[in-house]
Design a protein around this ligand. Structure first.
Ligand SMILES: NC(=O)c1ccc[n+]([C@@H]2O[C@H](COP(=O)([O-])OP(=O)(O)OC[C@H]3O[C@@H](n4cnc5c(N)ncnc54)[C@H](O)[C@@H]3O)[C@@H](O)[C@H]2O)c1
Length: 454
């Protein structure tokens, strides 16, 4: 009781003191206000003291509210848009090609329209977008584009080959969520669109655990299709030129059914992707799921896994470290290479177009023999002392690869716009930086190997 009384007394005292302070402040405020009014506007001195005080209070509050609102808006803009984009530019250091999408020579010739990887995409409605494999090479660039367009983006990844570094610049952004999850397990989310990219893409990494690779393509795609069906989301699947196998038709149009060895070391990936495509169209037919299928050809650029054993990353890393450039086979096999920003534009254009649902090749028809490509990289790293050396060809390595991109051009108005040389220069600069920070990198050979932490 006593203590309660004491408390009450104390409380009262505090209340009384507070009232006195308020009253004092009010009086001081009145005095200041009156002085101000007297010196600035004699007509207002006719107003009663209380009214003046209240009016000033309201006006000050209003000013404060306007100021606060302004600061809030500016702060929000700086926090949400400017800083992340500056961070992206600073972190990427390769934003020239990523942000332009406007290398115009080709555009002028063709008259085609290309999407810009711009921060101002006012015509697009904000959507909730899931990117599986969002911490990987392609996925993280796609996340960059979708985030800079103002969408709510969920990146889902199990970090098998992906890295949190690739998306670190978005982690604190309110429109971004990272979910560490394996697509072979079902997941319930509310989204409008799904870019389903989760799957290791480099031969050594997908061959390391072929059963897991098959599960990722089959069970993973089934789970994502189930999700798309439940929430009515459009789903885009990242298929591959590998579904054409060692092609007997050159260049490869989408109508070509391919030449795949179903039991070879690459089959876990190639056949996994083929059956995933089959699932996409089965769900489209039977369950009315709105599907898109991109058949992606060799893509390169910053954030490629340094140990992925692919031609571009291996050759560049070898040349930068004066190690021998290793070719598996006689070097006459051909490949076509597209820069990652072109692919990202192609993926979003395919997702956004409303009518065409058949598979679409996305690649750069600029074709090189592997030997010419190695020499090309030697030239672009001028001080390199690397020699080119040859090892036996790896099993089922395709002898030629070149996309026929007529469909992409006629249906989407898309074609690659970044010159391979330009893209290589950006990628060389990126890997030079990686080597400076990480130290020596021993490139992976063609055999199965577990991904090192990127
Ligand atoms: N890069 C290319 O040249 C190329 C060519 C053809 C097709 N593709 C396809 O594009 C997609 C992305 O390729 P990438 O080059 O960015 O490869 P990547 O290995 O860099 O990215 C794949 C991402 O998926 C994640 N992942 C793998 N298995 C998963 C699982 N079970 N659950 C959740 N996440 C998983 C990885 O951790 C990684 O972040 C892949 O589907 C690939 O098949 C890429």
């Amino acid at each position: 009781m006593l203590s309660s009384n004491n408390n009450n007394n104390n409380n009262n005292t505090i209340t009384a003191r507070t009232s006195t302070n308020i009253e004092k402040k009010r009086q001081e405020g009145e005095e200041e206000t009156m002085n101000l009014i007297r010196t600035t506007d004699t007509t207002t001195t006719t107003t009663t003291t209380n009214n003046v005080f209240d009016r000033e209070l309201v006006s000050n509050t209003f000013c404060m509210t306007r100021k606060s609102l302004l600061i809030l808006v500016l702060g929000t803009m700086i926090g949400y848009f400017i800083v992340p984009n500056l961070l992206v530019e600073k972190e990427l250091g390769f934003n020239n090609l990523m942000s332009t999408g406007t290398t115009t020579n080709n555009n002028r010739l063709s008259g085609a329209k290309y999407t810009r990887t711009s921060t101002n995409n006012k015509n697009k409605k904000k959507r909730r977008i899931l990117v599986t494999g969002g911490a990987g090479f392609v996925g993280s660039h796609l996340v960059d584009k979708l985030m800079s367009e103002g969408h709510d983006v969920i990146a889902l990844d199990n970090f098998y080959t992906g890295s949190e570094n690739n998306i670190a610049h978005w982690l604190s952004h309110p429109n971004f969520r990272l979910i560490v999850h394996d697509v072979t397990e079902p997941i319930q989310l509310e989204v409008d669109e799904i870019y389903h990219l989760a799957c290791p893409a480099s031969p050594p990494h997908y061959q390391y655990n072929p059963i897991k690779t098959i599960k990722t393509s089959t069970m993973g795609t089934m789970n994502m299709l189930g999700l798309a069906k439940r929430v009515g989301a459009r789903i885009l699947f990242s298929s591959t030129s590998e579904i054409y196998g060692d092609p007997l038709i050159h260049p490869q149009p989408e109508s070509y059914w391919g030449n795949v060895n179903p039991i070879g070391p690459r089959a876990c990936y190639d056949e996994g992707k083929r059956v995933a495509e089959t699932m996409m169209y089965a769900y489209a037919q039977k369950e009315n799921v709105d599907v898109r299928v991109a058949r992606i050809f060799n893509t390169f650029g910053p954030r490629m896994h340094p140990n992925d054993g692919r031609v571009v990353s291996n050759f560049i890393i070898q040349a930068l470290q004066n190690k021998n450039i290793t070719i598996y086979g006689d070097g006459t096999q051909s490949r076509s290479f597209q820069y990652v920003s072109d692919l990202i534009n192609g993926l979003t254009m395919l997702m956004d177009q409303t009518t065409y649902t058949q598979p679409v090749n996305l690649g750069n028809p600029d074709e090189y023999t592997i030997q010419n490509f190695a020499q090309y990289i030697q030239r672009l790293v001028p001080k390199s002392k690397s020699d080119i050396v040859y090892y036996p060809k790896s099993q089922d390595d395709p002898s030629q690869r070149q996309p026929d991109i007529t469909t992409a051009f006629t249906q989407l108005g898309w074609k690659p716009i970044v010159e391979v040389e330009q893209g290589l220069k950006e990628t060389i600069a990126y890997f030079r930086n990686v080597l400076n920070t990480q130290g020596e990198i021993i490139p992976t050979g063609p055999g199965a190997s577990k991904p090192h932490q990127a």
